[in-house]
Design a protein around this ligand. Sequence first.
Ligand code: C5P
Length: 399
Amino acid sequence: MAKTLGIGITGGIAAYKIAELVSKLKQDGIDVVVMMTEGATKFVSPLTFRTLSGREVITDLWQESNEWKVQHIGIAEEIDLLVIAPATANFIAKMAHGIADDLLSTVVVANTAPVLVVPAMNTNMYNNPIVQDNIKKLAGYGYHFMKPDSGNLACGTSGKGRLPEIDHIYKEIKRMLYPKKDLEGKRVMVNAGTTCENIDPVRFICNRSTGKMGYCIAEEAFARGADVILVSGNSPLDSIPGVQFIPVWSAEEMCEVMLEYQPDCDIIIGAAAVGDFRVANIATQKLKKAENYEENKILLELVGTPDILKELGKKKRDHQIMVGFAAETENLIENARKKLESKNLDFIVANDVTVEGAGFASDTNIVTFIFRNGDITSLPKMSKEEVAAAILNQVVELM
Ligand code: C5P
C-alpha cells in the first residue's frame, strides 16, 4: 500500500532544500503532505510545495477544509512517518514541551507515527545546552534525530549546523518508511569505542576511535528488530534508546563482559578499537614530574591485553555469527585475511585507514568484506550508517 509521509517545514533558510526532497519522494509514489510554519512560508512559497506534492500545503490551524474531521487530527491519523526538516531550535523547543500553538506543532502532539527530526541552525544555537537537552529529551521519547553536517552556514560562519545532504535525508526516510525487521528474535552484541588503560589514577592510554561505526551498527540492528547489547569503551556518543548499554573501561573489562554475554548471542560484531597493550604496573598515586622538565623521564612497561574476538572465537557456538574489523595501513587484504582466520570470524570488514574518508573519527568509511571462502566484496565510500546496513545485510544472508 502506498505510504503517506508528513513533512513539516519550519522557518530556516534550508527550507528551500526540501523542495528537492519532496520531488524525489513523490517520484517514488509516496504521498507527501507538506505542512509549513509561518516562518517557513517567509523563506519559500507554499505554492512551490503544492506544485511538487500535488496536494494542498497546510499552514494554518484555522484553515477551512472540505473534510468533516478536525484537520490536524485527520493529518496525524493519515501519516506513516512525520519528518520535521529543517527543524529550528524554536520548533525543537516547542516539541520538547508539548506546545501546540500552530498547525505543525499541533500535528506533532496528535501524531502517533514515528518522527524523524532534522535540525539545521547556527553552530552556537545547535551547541546551546538548552537545545541539546531538548534533543536528548525528545530522543528519550523515541524521536529519531539526524545529526547536522558541518560546513559553511548561511549566517556567514562555518561549523556544525548545516542540513544534511538531501540524498542522506531521503535514504533515512526510506529506511524508516519501509523498516526491515529481518533481525527480529535475534540477539546481537556489538562493541564500540576505545578501551582505556590506566597509567595512574588520572592518566590513561586510549586511541582515536569515537565509536561511531559500532554505535551505527547497534542502532541499525535495533531498528531491524534485534535485541541489542552495546558494550562500549570510551566514546563521546550518547547511548541509544532501546539498546542495552554496558559501559566499560579497559580491554580486560570489555573481554569479561563479552564472554559473559556470548552464550546468549546469535550475532557478535567487534567494532571497538581495543588497545593491544596495558600498563604492567599501574601507579597507585599520581606520577610526579621532576622540578626541571628536562629531567622528566618515565618508562612505562606495556604488556598485552586479551584479543577479545580471538577469545570469543574459541568459544563460538554453531550458527553464532561473528564479524570483526581490520583497520590496516598496508597489505589490506592479506592482513585482514590472517585476522579472519585467527579470530575464527565469518567475515571481516577491512579498511585502509590511510585513505581519506575511511576509518577513525570520520563520518564515512570505505570497506571491503572478506569471507571465509575467499570471496571479497569491495564497497564504495559510504556513510557509517550505510556501512552498518551493508554489514547487517551480509549477516542476514549468512543466517
Ligand atoms: O588484530 P586487530 O586489532 O587488528 O583486529 C581488529 C579486530 O579485532 C577488531 O574487530 C577489534 O574489535 C578486535 N580486537 C579485539 N581485541 C583486541 C584487539 C582487537 O577484539 N585486543
